[in-house]
Design a protein around this ligand. Structure first.
Ligand code: ASP
Length: 344
Protein backbone atom coordinates (compact mmCIF):
# COMPACT_ATOMS: atom_id res chain seq x y z
CA UNK A 1 0.00 0.00 0.00
CA UNK A 2 1.54 3.32 -0.96
CA UNK A 3 1.83 6.19 1.50
CA UNK A 4 -0.91 8.27 -0.07
CA UNK A 5 -3.51 5.48 0.12
CA UNK A 6 -2.49 4.72 3.71
CA UNK A 7 -2.76 8.38 4.72
CA UNK A 8 -6.21 8.76 3.20
CA UNK A 9 -7.36 5.50 4.83
CA UNK A 10 -6.22 6.78 8.22
CA UNK A 11 -7.97 10.08 7.77
CA UNK A 12 -11.23 8.38 6.68
CA UNK A 13 -11.02 6.00 9.67
CA UNK A 14 -10.36 8.83 12.08
CA UNK A 15 -13.31 10.74 10.67
CA UNK A 16 -15.49 7.80 11.50
CA UNK A 17 -14.09 7.01 14.94
CA UNK A 18 -13.33 10.53 16.14
CA UNK A 19 -16.78 11.34 17.55
CA UNK A 20 -16.83 8.21 19.73
CA UNK A 21 -13.21 8.51 20.74
CA UNK A 22 -13.50 12.07 21.85
CA UNK A 23 -17.07 12.09 23.13
CA UNK A 24 -16.53 13.31 26.67
CA UNK A 25 -17.55 10.84 29.36
CA UNK A 26 -19.76 12.60 31.85
CA UNK A 27 -18.01 12.56 35.22
CA UNK A 28 -19.61 10.84 38.21
CA UNK A 29 -18.22 10.39 41.68
CA UNK A 30 -19.06 9.50 45.27
CA UNK A 31 -17.32 10.02 48.61
CA UNK A 32 -18.44 8.74 52.02
CA UNK A 33 -17.36 9.16 55.63
CA UNK A 34 -17.95 7.15 58.79
CA UNK A 35 -16.89 9.81 61.27
CA UNK A 36 -13.73 11.62 62.34
CA UNK A 37 -11.95 11.49 65.70
CA UNK A 38 -9.04 10.08 67.63
CA UNK A 39 -8.76 7.13 65.33
CA UNK A 40 -5.30 5.63 65.69
CA UNK A 41 -3.86 2.54 64.06
CA UNK A 42 -2.54 1.25 67.39
CA UNK A 43 -6.12 0.89 68.67
CA UNK A 44 -7.12 -1.59 65.97
CA UNK A 45 -6.33 -5.26 65.64
CA UNK A 46 -5.52 -6.16 62.01
CA UNK A 47 -8.89 -7.96 61.84
CA UNK A 48 -10.81 -4.92 63.09
CA UNK A 49 -9.09 -2.63 60.61
CA UNK A 50 -9.85 -5.05 57.81
CA UNK A 51 -13.51 -5.21 58.81
CA UNK A 52 -13.87 -1.40 58.91
CA UNK A 53 -12.17 -1.05 55.54
CA UNK A 54 -14.41 -3.71 54.03
CA UNK A 55 -17.56 -1.93 55.26
CA UNK A 56 -16.40 1.44 53.92
CA UNK A 57 -15.61 -0.19 50.58
CA UNK A 58 -19.01 -1.86 50.49
CA UNK A 59 -20.75 1.46 51.19
CA UNK A 60 -18.90 3.49 48.56
CA UNK A 61 -19.25 0.79 45.93
CA UNK A 62 -22.96 0.40 46.65
CA UNK A 63 -23.42 4.11 45.93
CA UNK A 64 -21.07 4.00 42.96
CA UNK A 65 -23.09 1.23 41.27
CA UNK A 66 -26.17 3.45 41.38
CA UNK A 67 -24.26 6.24 39.62
CA UNK A 68 -22.63 3.91 37.12
CA UNK A 69 -25.96 2.67 35.84
CA UNK A 70 -27.16 6.25 35.39
CA UNK A 71 -28.98 6.62 38.73
CA UNK A 72 -29.44 9.87 40.62
CA UNK A 73 -26.94 11.21 43.13
CA UNK A 74 -29.73 11.28 45.75
CA UNK A 75 -30.26 7.53 45.32
CA UNK A 76 -26.53 6.86 45.41
CA UNK A 77 -25.96 8.68 48.70
CA UNK A 78 -29.05 7.15 50.30
CA UNK A 79 -27.90 3.64 49.34
CA UNK A 80 -24.36 4.27 50.64
CA UNK A 81 -25.58 5.78 53.91
CA UNK A 82 -27.98 2.86 54.47
CA UNK A 83 -25.01 0.46 54.40
CA UNK A 84 -23.30 2.51 57.12
CA UNK A 85 -26.49 2.99 59.17
CA UNK A 86 -27.05 -0.77 59.13
CA UNK A 87 -23.56 -1.47 60.45
CA UNK A 88 -22.78 -1.43 64.19
CA UNK A 89 -19.34 0.09 63.48
CA UNK A 90 -20.53 3.64 62.90
CA UNK A 91 -22.38 6.18 65.00
CA UNK A 92 -25.64 6.17 63.02
CA UNK A 93 -28.58 3.74 62.99
CA UNK A 94 -27.43 0.38 64.42
CA UNK A 95 -24.22 1.74 65.95
CA UNK A 96 -25.70 4.95 67.37
CA UNK A 97 -24.27 6.27 70.62
CA UNK A 98 -26.32 6.53 73.84
CA UNK A 99 -27.80 9.66 75.34
CA UNK A 100 -27.15 10.44 79.01
CA UNK A 101 -30.43 8.68 79.79
CA UNK A 102 -29.38 5.49 78.00
CA UNK A 103 -31.43 5.89 74.83
CA UNK A 104 -30.62 6.65 71.19
CA UNK A 105 -31.76 9.87 69.51
CA UNK A 106 -30.99 10.06 65.82
CA UNK A 107 -30.49 13.03 63.49
CA UNK A 108 -30.18 13.12 59.68
CA UNK A 109 -30.42 15.45 56.71
CA UNK A 110 -30.26 15.36 52.93
CA UNK A 111 -29.98 18.03 50.22
CA UNK A 112 -30.57 18.04 46.48
CA UNK A 113 -28.04 20.23 44.63
CA UNK A 114 -30.40 20.77 41.67
CA UNK A 115 -32.85 22.97 43.47
CA UNK A 116 -31.76 23.32 47.12
CA UNK A 117 -34.59 21.09 48.25
CA UNK A 118 -33.73 19.66 51.63
CA UNK A 119 -35.12 17.40 54.34
CA UNK A 120 -34.04 16.78 57.92
CA UNK A 121 -35.11 15.00 61.09
CA UNK A 122 -33.82 15.35 64.61
CA UNK A 123 -34.18 13.47 67.87
CA UNK A 124 -36.03 10.45 66.46
CA UNK A 125 -35.90 7.24 68.49
CA UNK A 126 -37.71 4.65 66.42
CA UNK A 127 -36.56 5.08 62.82
CA UNK A 128 -34.31 2.35 61.45
CA UNK A 129 -32.80 4.38 58.61
CA UNK A 130 -32.99 8.08 59.48
CA UNK A 131 -31.61 9.23 56.12
CA UNK A 132 -34.62 7.68 54.37
CA UNK A 133 -36.99 9.62 56.61
CA UNK A 134 -35.05 12.86 55.98
CA UNK A 135 -35.53 12.20 52.29
CA UNK A 136 -39.23 11.57 52.79
CA UNK A 137 -39.51 14.90 54.59
CA UNK A 138 -37.85 16.55 51.58
CA UNK A 139 -40.05 14.81 49.04
CA UNK A 140 -43.40 14.41 50.80
CA UNK A 141 -43.75 17.35 53.16
CA UNK A 142 -43.82 21.11 52.77
CA UNK A 143 -41.27 21.44 55.56
CA UNK A 144 -37.50 21.08 55.81
CA UNK A 145 -37.05 19.76 59.35
CA UNK A 146 -39.25 17.62 61.57
CA UNK A 147 -38.28 16.66 65.09
CA UNK A 148 -39.00 13.99 67.72
CA UNK A 149 -42.49 12.59 68.01
CA UNK A 150 -43.80 14.76 65.17
CA UNK A 151 -41.22 13.32 62.80
CA UNK A 152 -42.23 9.81 63.88
CA UNK A 153 -45.93 10.55 63.40
CA UNK A 154 -45.08 11.79 59.89
CA UNK A 155 -43.12 8.56 59.32
CA UNK A 156 -46.08 6.41 60.39
CA UNK A 157 -48.45 8.39 58.21
CA UNK A 158 -46.17 7.66 55.28
CA UNK A 159 -45.94 3.93 55.98
CA UNK A 160 -42.50 3.89 57.62
CA UNK A 161 -42.53 1.27 60.39
CA UNK A 162 -41.38 2.33 63.85
CA UNK A 163 -38.78 0.11 65.51
CA UNK A 164 -37.84 -0.42 69.15
CA UNK A 165 -35.15 1.92 70.44
CA UNK A 166 -33.09 -1.03 71.66
CA UNK A 167 -32.53 -2.08 68.04
CA UNK A 168 -29.66 0.41 68.17
CA UNK A 169 -28.04 -1.07 71.31
CA UNK A 170 -24.43 -2.19 71.08
CA UNK A 171 -22.10 -3.25 73.86
CA UNK A 172 -19.24 -0.97 72.82
CA UNK A 173 -21.36 2.17 72.76
CA UNK A 174 -22.81 1.26 76.13
CA UNK A 175 -19.32 0.98 77.59
CA UNK A 176 -18.54 4.42 76.12
CA UNK A 177 -21.62 5.84 77.81
CA UNK A 178 -20.57 4.46 81.18
CA UNK A 179 -17.07 5.91 80.71
CA UNK A 180 -18.45 9.26 79.61
CA UNK A 181 -20.82 9.44 82.58
CA UNK A 182 -18.02 8.56 84.95
CA UNK A 183 -15.89 11.37 83.54
CA UNK A 184 -18.83 13.78 83.57
CA UNK A 185 -19.70 13.01 87.16
CA UNK A 186 -16.09 13.38 88.29
CA UNK A 187 -15.69 16.67 86.45
CA UNK A 188 -19.00 17.89 87.83
CA UNK A 189 -17.81 17.35 91.37
CA UNK A 190 -15.00 19.79 90.77
CA UNK A 191 -16.50 22.34 88.41
CA UNK A 192 -20.19 21.84 89.30
CA UNK A 193 -20.91 22.90 85.75
CA UNK A 194 -22.36 20.31 83.39
CA UNK A 195 -21.44 22.30 80.26
CA UNK A 196 -17.85 22.67 81.37
CA UNK A 197 -17.72 19.00 82.23
CA UNK A 198 -19.09 18.08 78.86
CA UNK A 199 -16.52 20.26 77.10
CA UNK A 200 -13.87 18.41 79.06
CA UNK A 201 -14.89 15.04 77.58
CA UNK A 202 -12.30 13.61 75.22
CA UNK A 203 -13.04 14.39 71.58
CA UNK A 204 -14.01 10.79 70.83
CA UNK A 205 -17.16 11.05 72.91
CA UNK A 206 -18.35 13.84 70.67
CA UNK A 207 -17.84 12.12 67.35
CA UNK A 208 -18.99 9.49 64.88
CA UNK A 209 -21.58 10.11 62.18
CA UNK A 210 -21.85 8.88 58.61
CA UNK A 211 -22.35 10.80 55.39
CA UNK A 212 -22.09 10.75 51.61
CA UNK A 213 -21.78 13.22 48.73
CA UNK A 214 -22.16 12.40 45.06
CA UNK A 215 -22.22 13.73 41.50
CA UNK A 216 -24.33 11.84 38.98
CA UNK A 217 -24.03 11.59 35.20
CA UNK A 218 -26.59 14.37 34.79
CA UNK A 219 -24.35 16.79 36.66
CA UNK A 220 -26.48 16.81 39.82
CA UNK A 221 -24.90 16.98 43.26
CA UNK A 222 -26.37 15.67 46.51
CA UNK A 223 -25.26 15.40 50.13
CA UNK A 224 -26.55 13.51 53.17
CA UNK A 225 -25.54 12.96 56.80
CA UNK A 226 -26.87 10.64 59.52
CA UNK A 227 -25.83 10.34 63.17
CA UNK A 228 -26.56 9.22 66.70
CA UNK A 229 -24.93 12.51 67.78
CA UNK A 230 -22.80 12.77 70.86
CA UNK A 231 -22.31 10.20 73.64
CA UNK A 232 -24.16 11.25 76.83
CA UNK A 233 -25.94 14.14 75.11
CA UNK A 234 -28.78 15.62 77.15
CA UNK A 235 -31.83 17.82 77.07
CA UNK A 236 -32.76 17.00 73.47
CA UNK A 237 -29.38 18.18 72.19
CA UNK A 238 -29.25 18.46 68.40
CA UNK A 239 -25.94 18.59 66.53
CA UNK A 240 -24.95 19.85 63.12
CA UNK A 241 -25.83 16.69 61.15
CA UNK A 242 -29.50 17.59 60.57
CA UNK A 243 -28.81 21.29 60.05
CA UNK A 244 -28.67 22.35 56.44
CA UNK A 245 -25.61 24.53 55.89
CA UNK A 246 -23.83 23.17 58.97
CA UNK A 247 -23.57 19.37 58.56
CA UNK A 248 -24.96 19.04 55.04
CA UNK A 249 -25.05 21.25 51.96
CA UNK A 250 -25.38 20.77 48.19
CA UNK A 251 -25.88 23.08 45.23
CA UNK A 252 -24.97 22.31 41.65
CA UNK A 253 -23.23 25.68 41.17
CA UNK A 254 -20.57 24.95 43.78
CA UNK A 255 -20.26 21.65 45.64
CA UNK A 256 -21.77 19.04 47.95
CA UNK A 257 -20.53 18.62 51.53
CA UNK A 258 -21.18 16.26 54.45
CA UNK A 259 -19.50 16.96 57.77
CA UNK A 260 -18.46 15.05 60.86
CA UNK A 261 -17.07 16.49 64.05
CA UNK A 262 -17.88 18.46 67.16
CA UNK A 263 -21.31 19.65 66.08
CA UNK A 264 -21.51 22.78 68.20
CA UNK A 265 -18.59 24.27 66.23
CA UNK A 266 -19.94 23.11 62.91
CA UNK A 267 -23.26 24.81 63.62
CA UNK A 268 -21.71 28.11 64.73
CA UNK A 269 -19.37 28.21 61.74
CA UNK A 270 -21.94 26.96 59.17
CA UNK A 271 -19.21 24.67 57.95
CA UNK A 272 -20.81 22.91 54.98
CA UNK A 273 -22.24 26.11 53.49
CA UNK A 274 -18.99 27.99 54.12
CA UNK A 275 -17.00 25.46 52.07
CA UNK A 276 -19.39 25.86 49.12
CA UNK A 277 -19.50 29.67 49.47
CA UNK A 278 -15.72 29.84 49.11
CA UNK A 279 -15.99 27.77 45.93
CA UNK A 280 -18.85 29.85 44.56
CA UNK A 281 -17.84 33.39 45.43
CA UNK A 282 -14.07 33.17 45.70
CA UNK A 283 -13.44 30.70 42.90
CA UNK A 284 -11.56 28.37 45.25
CA UNK A 285 -11.09 24.72 44.41
CA UNK A 286 -12.86 22.32 46.77
CA UNK A 287 -9.56 21.24 48.28
CA UNK A 288 -8.55 24.86 48.98
CA UNK A 289 -11.97 25.66 50.43
CA UNK A 290 -12.12 22.50 52.55
CA UNK A 291 -8.62 22.99 53.90
CA UNK A 292 -9.31 26.65 54.74
CA UNK A 293 -12.43 25.82 56.73
CA UNK A 294 -11.23 22.64 58.48
CA UNK A 295 -7.65 23.68 59.21
CA UNK A 296 -7.78 27.47 58.91
CA UNK A 297 -11.05 28.28 60.64
CA UNK A 298 -11.96 25.33 62.88
CA UNK A 299 -8.64 23.98 64.09
CA UNK A 300 -7.39 27.13 65.83
CA UNK A 301 -10.61 27.42 67.82
CA UNK A 302 -10.70 23.74 68.82
CA UNK A 303 -13.38 22.63 66.36
CA UNK A 304 -12.38 19.06 65.61
CA UNK A 305 -13.66 17.07 62.65
CA UNK A 306 -13.68 16.85 58.88
CA UNK A 307 -15.74 17.04 55.70
CA UNK A 308 -16.14 15.19 52.43
CA UNK A 309 -16.66 17.31 49.31
CA UNK A 310 -17.43 16.69 45.63
CA UNK A 311 -17.78 19.25 42.84
CA UNK A 312 -19.43 19.28 39.41
CA UNK A 313 -16.33 17.99 37.67
CA UNK A 314 -16.21 14.97 39.95
CA UNK A 315 -13.23 16.23 41.97
CA UNK A 316 -13.28 15.03 45.56
CA UNK A 317 -11.61 16.21 48.74
CA UNK A 318 -11.78 14.79 52.29
CA UNK A 319 -9.90 17.06 54.75
CA UNK A 320 -9.93 16.48 58.53
CA UNK A 321 -8.04 17.92 61.50
CA UNK A 322 -8.28 14.85 63.76
CA UNK A 323 -5.95 11.85 63.80
CA UNK A 324 -8.29 9.93 61.55
CA UNK A 325 -11.52 9.90 59.57
CA UNK A 326 -13.23 6.81 58.17
CA UNK A 327 -13.59 7.61 54.50
CA UNK A 328 -13.81 6.21 50.98
CA UNK A 329 -14.25 7.51 47.44
CA UNK A 330 -14.64 6.31 43.89
CA UNK A 331 -15.27 8.00 40.54
CA UNK A 332 -15.39 7.17 36.86
CA UNK A 333 -11.70 8.09 36.71
CA UNK A 334 -10.56 6.97 40.17
CA UNK A 335 -10.46 3.43 41.58
CA UNK A 336 -11.91 2.77 45.04
CA UNK A 337 -9.95 4.55 47.76
CA UNK A 338 -10.44 3.66 51.44
CA UNK A 339 -8.74 5.55 54.27
CA UNK A 340 -8.96 5.58 58.05
CA UNK A 341 -5.85 7.21 59.47
CA UNK A 342 -3.85 10.25 58.48
CA UNK A 343 -2.55 9.51 54.99
CA UNK A 344 -3.56 5.85 55.11
N1 ASP B 1 -21.38 16.04 64.17
C1 ASP B 1 -22.05 15.09 64.99
C2 ASP B 1 -22.75 15.79 66.12
O1 ASP B 1 -22.21 16.73 66.67
C3 ASP B 1 -21.14 14.08 65.58
C4 ASP B 1 -20.09 13.58 64.66
O2 ASP B 1 -19.97 13.95 63.53
O3 ASP B 1 -19.34 12.75 65.09
O4 ASP B 1 -23.80 15.36 66.48
Amino acid sequence: MNKLVLASLISVTSLIVTPQLFAKTKPFAIAIHGGAGTIEKSRFTPEQEKAYRAKLKEAVETGYKVLERGGESLDAITAAINVLENSPYFNAGRGAVYTYDGEHELDASIMDGRNRQAGAISGVKHIENPINLARLVMEQSVHVMLSGQGAEKFAENNGVPLVENNLFDTENRYKSLLKAKEKLDKAKQTSKDYQAAHSALPANFKMGTVGAVALDKNGNLAAGTSTGGMTAKRFGRVGDAPIIGAGTFAENESCAVSATGHGEYFIRYTVAADVCARVKYQGKTISQAGDEVINGVLKPIGGTGGVIIVDREGNMSMPFNTSGMYRASKSNTQATYVGIFNGE
